[in-house]
Design a protein around this ligand. Structure first.
Ligand SMILES: [Zn+2]
Length: 323
């Protein structure tokens, strides 16, 4: 059950620090455990797993001055530089300070149907290239953990992959870490299922549906369109936990009575700082998490907005929605 990242890190990257792999997540103290923080995010690993070329974010507040990009080897259970003070100084290996929420902000919070939210934001137009998920506690607003995998396309030549990754991640400085860590989609989902099981949010024997948790996405594309497409390309069955989801933009529209076309609009309107690199999946997922935290704090009911009855038949549950 815990073979996931441990096995992968060893086979893909022998030099990886196994002690930090996600295989250790069974021990809570080793998980990428996070608390909350109102400001930040971002996650750039650089070409050589070397902090020096990391872009510096603007430091407008004292909270943000503590901001560091996340070590993307670490999110894959593969950081082997945990003993290096210079590396630790430059890269974040825990999100504990990234999602802090002032307790005073929780006054308007209401009870939710779900205990946990899984904020998902896929990257990749042709095939999925990145699969990041942030696990949020609905009661405390804490970010409990995150799951992050770069995904290796299954139907593309090496040359095409190289061009694709250069174009997509080269400018963000994470192409090298992508090549070092990316694994096929089926393995990503196996790792993800192991991770869900460790958090007791899912069990194959329970019918394969999520337990007490729901996906939160910005739009319908991720779960409605892209996951089924990728399953077809990969020639695998669509997992049963991808049958319903929460489109945060629809909840936003119904709660605030304002139409937001995307994450950037929601963040701007809620006056949340955009942190990290837009279109780096893990940073987008973290930024969407900040929107979710704010909406929870403001008292929004975060409910299912779409349900798939068959591949072609998706039912939308809110009358007012972004089309
Ligand atoms: Zn590291």
């Amino acid at each position: 059950m815990y073979r996931s990242a441990t096995a992968i890190s060893r086979s893909f990257l022998p030099r990886a620090a196994y002690s930090l792999s996600f295989g250790s997540l069974s021990s809570p103290t080793l998980s990428v455990s996070l608390v909350r923080t109102l400001s930040v995010s971002a996650s750039l690993s650089t070409t050589q797993h070397d902090p020096s070329s990391t872009p510096t974010p603007s430091n407008k507040t004292s909270t943000m001055s503590r901001w560091k990009p996340m070590c993307l080897y670490y999110t894959h259970g593969m950081c082997n530089m945990m003993e290096d003070p210079a590396h630790l100084e430059k890269f974040n290996h825990s999100c504990s300070e990234e999602f802090r929420v002032d307790v005073a902000e929780l006054n308007n919070k209401r009870s939710q149907e779900f205990d946990f939210f899984l904020v998902l934001d896929l990257e990749g137009k042709v095939e999925i290239l990145e699969f990041p998920v942030v696990l949020v506690d609905a009661k405390t607003l804490n970010v409990v953990d995150l799951f992050h995998r770069f995904v290796r396309p299954s139907q593309m030549s090496e040359r095409r992959i190289n061009e694709y990754i250069e174009g997509k991640y080269g400018k963000l400085g994470v192409d090298r870490v992508w090549h070092d860590t990316a694994i096929p989609f089926e393995e990503v989902l196996q790792n993800f299922e192991d991770w869900l099981t460790q958090h007791r949010l899912w069990g194959k024997e329970q019918g394969g549906h999520l337990d007490r948790a729901a996906f939160v996405t910005c739009g319908n594309w991720d779960v409605k369109t892209k996951i089924p497409q990728q399953c077809t390309v990969t020639k695998m069955k669509l997992p049963s936990y991808f049958m319903e989801w929460i489109n945060l933009k629809d909840v936003y529209l119904n709660f605030y009575n304002r139409r937001a076309t995307g994450m950037m609009t929601m963040m701007r309107e809620l006056q949340l700082p955009l942190l990290g690199s837009h279109h780096l999946g893990i940073d987008d997922a973290k930024n969407i998490t900040r929107v979710l935290q704010r909406m929870l704090a403001d008292g929004a009911l975060i409910q299912i907005t779409a349900r798939r009855h068959s591949p072609e038949n998706v039912e939308y549950l809110l009358e007012n929605r972004i089309r």
